[in-house]
Design a protein around this ligand. Structure first.
Ligand code: HEM
Length: 465
C-alpha cells in the first residue's frame, strides 16, 4: 500500500493518497532514528534543490560523517561560512589550474595517450579496465591538486584509491547505517564499520604525506596547485579565529576532491565501455562519427565536441541510464521547509532520488530503454534535456561538472578512435550494478582490438538516422 507521512514539526501524520501513482513525489523514512525525506521525480527535485536552493543546501550531521571529517572539508561540510570558503577556493583553483587553462586540455590529452598506450599492451586480449581507467581519471584531478600525475604502477597511490573506493561502498552498508543509529558500536571491535575507520585512517596518512611532499619548495602567493593555494589561505587567515581553513580541513578536502572526481568519472567510462561492447551498432555509429571528424587521424580536442553530436548523445544516455550517483549525496534542510503542502523540519536528512528523475515518465519516453537518440533532434543535432540531472542541482551541485565533461569526451573519443571494444568470445557480462554511494559495473573483461581508422574525406558527415 502506498503511504506518505506528513511532517509537521516533530509530529508525523500518515497520509493515504486517493490514487496511488507509480511513485510518490515525497515521502519520509525513519532510518534508525534519523528522520529522512526522499524526493522523487524531476518536478519535486527541482522545486527543492533549485527553487529552494538555500533551504536544501545543508548536509546531515550523521555520526559517520562527524567521525570521518568532523563535518568540515568541502563535500561533507555543513552549509555556512566554512563551506562557502572551501567551495570558493576549490572552484577558483579548478578554473585557475584546470579547465580555465588551454594548457590543461593538452595535459588531459597526454593522459589519454598514456591510457590508450597502456590498453594497447594487452594486444586485444581480455582485461579488466577498472584499474587503468581509475588511474588515468584520478590523474586529471591530481594535476590540479598536486600539480603532478602518478604513474600507473605507483602501488601506494593505487592502494590509497582502493581503500577510499571501498569506503564509498561501506558508507552505505548496513554497518554504516547501524553506526549512524547507534554510534556506541564504535567500541564493538568487529564489524565493517571498523574496516571503514581503518581505511579512512590509512587514507588520511597517505594524503598527509602527499600534501607535505607536494608543498615542498612552495613560494607563498605563487601557487602551483590547489595545495599551495590552500596553504596561502591558511596562512593569510591564521590570525582569524573564525577562519575555517585548517590543516585537517585541507586533508579532508583533498581526499574528497580526489574521490568525488575519480569514482564518478571512472564509473561513467567503465559503463560506456561496457555498453559499447554490448551494442555494436551504437559503437559503429560512434566510430563513424569519430572517423569523419578526426579524418586525418589526429587526436580529438574539445573543439570537436560540437561536431560530434552522436558521441555527446551516447555519453549523456550513459549518465542518464546508468545513474552513477543514484541518490545524490545526502542533503539536509538548513531551515524549516514547505514542499507541496508538507512541512519538513530544519535538520531533516534529504535524499534526492536522481534515479527517479532519469526514469520519470513525464519527461522520458521508454526510460528503461538505452536510447542515445533521445538526445538528438530530427536533424541529428544534440539537444539538452531538462530532466537530466546526473550532477544534481542547486547550491551543492557537482563542483567538477565541467572537468568531468572534458574528461569524458576526451577519454571516450581517444579510446574509440583507436579501438574496437568487444567481449571475449561467448561471454556477456551482467549489467546489474554493484551497489554503493555510486553505481558501478561488476568487474568485467573486455578486448580492445586496434582498429584501422577508416578515412573518409574530411567534412563527410555521418548519417544520424
Ligand atoms: C561523471 C562525473 C560526475 C558525476 C556524475 C558527479 C555527480 C555529483 C553529484 C550527484 C553530486 C551531489 C551534489 C548534491 O549534493 O546534490 C556531486 C557533488 C560533488 N562533486 Fe561531482 N560528479 C562527477 C564528477 C566530479 C569531479 C570530476 C569532481 C572534482 C574533481 C567532482 C567533485 C564534486 C564535489 C566536490 C561535490 C560536492 C559539492 C558540494 O558539496 O558543494 N565531481 N557530484
Amino acid at each position: 500500500m502506498c503511504r506518505a507521512e506528513r511532517l509537521c514539526g516533530t509530529e508525523t501524520v500518515f497520509i493515504y493518497p486517493p490514487s496511488c501513482s507509480k511513485f510518490l513525489e515525497i515521502f519520509s523514512l525513519d532510518l534508525g532514528g534519523i528522520l529522512t525525506v526522499v524526493l522523487n521525480g524531476y518536478d519535486c527535485v527541482r522545486e527543492c534543490l533549485y527553487h529552494q536552493s538555500e533551504v536544501f543546501a545543508d548536509r546531515p550531521s550523521l555520526p559517520l560523517f562527524k567521525k570521518m571529517t568532523k563535518m568540515g572539508g568541502l563535500l561533507n561540510c555543513k552549509y555556512g561560512k566554512g563551506w562557502i570558503e572551501h567551495r570558493k577556493l576549490a572552484c577558483n583553483s579548478f578554473r585557475y589550474f584546470g579547465s580555465g587553462r588551454r594548457l590543461f586540455e593538452r595535459k588531459i590529452s597526454e593522459e589519454c595517450m598514456f591510457f590508450v598506450d597502456a590498453i594497447d599492451k594487452h594486444k586485444g586480449k581480455p582485461f579488466n579496465p577498472k584499474h587503468l581507467v581509475t588511474n588515468a581519471v584520478s590523474n586529471i584531478t591530481n594535476l590540479i591538486i598536486f600539480g603532478q600525475r602518478f604513474t600507473y604502477d605507483d602501488r601506494n597511490f593505487q592502494h590509497m584509491i582502493e581503500l577510499f573506493s571501498e569506503n564509498v561502498e561501506l558508507a552505505v552498508s548496513g554497518w554504516a547505517l547501524l553506526y549512524n543509529a547507534f554510534p556506541w558500536i564504535e567500541y564493538v571491535p568487529f564489524g565493517k564499520h571498523q574496516k571503514l575507520f581503518r581505511n579512512a585512517a590509512e587514507v588520511f596518512d597517505f594524503l598527509l604525506q602527499a600534501v607535505k611532499g607536494f608543498s615542498q619548495g612552495r613560494v607563498p602567493h605563487v601557487p602551483r596547485h590547489y595545495v599551495d593555494a590552500y596553504l596561502d589561505e591558511l596562512e593569510q587567515n591564521a590570525a582569524d579565529p573564525g577562519s575555517s581553513f585548517s590543516y585537517d580541513n585541507l586533508i579532508y578536502s583533498v581526499g574528497e576532491l580526489i574521490i568525488a572526481g575519480t569514482e564518478t568519472t571512472t564509473n561513467t567510462l567503465r559503463w560506456a565501455m561496457l555498453y559499447m561492447a554490448l551494442y555494436p551498432n551504437i559503437q559503429e555509429r560512434v566510430h563513424r562519427e569519430i572517423d569523419s571528424v578526426l579524418c586525418t587521424g589526429r587526436a580529438p580536442t574539445l573543439e570537436d565536441k560540437q561536431k560530434m553530436p552522436y558521441v555527446e548523445a551516447v555519453l549523456h544516455e550513459i549518465l542518464r541510464f546508468c545513474n552513477i550517483v543514484p541518490l545524490g549525496i545526502f542533503r539536509a534542510t538548513s531551515q524549516d521547509a514547505k514542499v507541496n503542502g508538507y512541512t519538513i523540519p530544519k535538520g531533516t536528512m534529504v535524499i534526492t532520488n536522481l534515479y527517479s528523475v532519469h526514469f520519470d515518465e513525464k519527461y522520458w519516453s521508454d526510460p528503461g530503454v538505452f536510447l542515445p537518440q533521445r538526445f538528438l533532434d530530427s536533424n541529428g543535432n544534440f539537444v539538452k534535456r531538462e530532466a537530466f540531472l546526473p550532477f544534481s542541482l542547486g547550491r551543492r551541485h557537482c563542483l567538477g561538472e565541467q572537468l568531468a565533461r572534458m574528461e569524458m569526451f576526451l577519454f571516450f573519443t581517444t579510446l574509440l578512435q583507436r579501438f574496437h571494444l568487444q567481449f571475449p568470445r561467448g561471454i556477456v557480462p551482467t549489467v546489474t550494478p554493484k551497489l554503493g554511494m555510486t553505481l558501478q559495473p561488476k568487474p568485467y573483461s573486455i578486448c580492445a582490438v586496434r582498429r584501422q581508422q577508416k578515412v573518409p574525406s574530411c567534412g563527410d558527415t555521418p548519417h544520424h538516422k
